[in-house]
Ligand binder design. Structure first.
Ligand code: SF4
Ligand code: SF4
Ligand code: FES
Length: 252
């Protein structure tokens, strides 16, 4: 793979040709604010907060770093006056949309934006319609949620807002949501998400509830291996690994 030279805020970074600018920056410890990009999911190019200034072939342009593949040597500035002013406008609009959301509020405050009553257009929830949750569910192969409706009633939902039979209750959508607005209720061996209640199963090592039955079955079906259920922290534990091995021997 060919390498390209990328200078970001004066720092020289080596990158593979075609690599996304956002990934190059984060690998080199340079933070570019973002909302619709997650480390495990490519940016959705919906929020535009990740805009930066790129000098390429002697020409200056503004690009969306989460979807910009670097194919030649470039010089990048992430915080020019123009970029800061554009982010101010974007945060101002987001503050009008989700005034009560803590993540947006604290990011906006870094740009001196405190509230925006002028363009107030809240849809009554804290969703910024970034699309990450829908993408996460789609990548899993479940397709349980989608963006529905238009204008001020546009939102992410299960079909007809009914509990979806496609949903496995994994919570991936909630874990990638930048505003934390997808609610999961958990307790007494049950998990509730998107209006559907799931039975949970226990880790065979520590005994704690950690996964829904539907997600466990789904993983086993996809991976075609029937394993005793073991939570993430126990899997990382050497002693637990040995217990798991003996359990698997017993199963055979
Ligand atoms: S909890 Fe349901 S909607 Fe959310 S990612 Fe998992 S399957 Fe999709
Ligand atoms: S619920 Fe969260 S992840 Fe989904 S679109 Fe809204 S803000 Fe984005
Ligand atoms: S993070 Fe790039 S457009 Fe949202």
């Amino acid at each position: 793979m060919d390498n390209v030279k990328v200078i970001i805020n004066g720092k020289e970074c080596i990158a593979e040709k075609g690599e996304l600018l956002m990934d190059i920056a984060s690998r080199n410890g340079i933070y570019i604010p973002h909302l619709c990009h997650h480390e495990s999911l490519r940016g959705q190019a919906t929020c535009r907060i990740c805009i930066v200034e790129v000098m390429e072939n002697g020409k200056k342009k503004i690009v969306t770093s989460c979807i910009f593949p670097v194919v030649r040597d470039i010089v990048v500035e992430t915080n020019t006056e123009d970029i800061i002013n554009m982010r101010k406008t974007l945060f101002s609009l987001l503050m009008a949309e989700v005034p009560g959301n803590e993540t947006i509020r604290s990011m906006a405050e870094e740009y001196g934006i405190r509230e925006n009553l002028r363009f107030y257009k809240s849809r009554g929830n804290e969703c910024i319609l970034c699309g990450l949750c829908v993408k996460a569910c789609e990548e899993l192969g479940c397709n349980a949620i989608a963006t529905v409706s238009r204008g001020t009633t546009k939102k992410v939902s299960t079909p007809y807002e009914e509990p979806s039979i496609e949903c496995i209750g994994c919570g991936s959508c909630a874990s990638v949501c930048p505003t934390g607005c997808i609610k999961i209720e958990e307790g007494y061996g049950k998990r509730k998400i998107w209006n559907r209640e799931f039975e949970m199963i226990k880790c065979s090592v520590c005994g704690k509830y950690f996964i829904t039955k539907e997600e466990y079955d789904y993983i086993n079906e996809k991976c075609e291996v029937l394993e005793a259920p073991v939570c993430k922290s126990c899997k990382q534990n050497e002693v637990a690994k040995k217990v798991l091995e003996s359990l698997m021997i017993e199963e055979k």
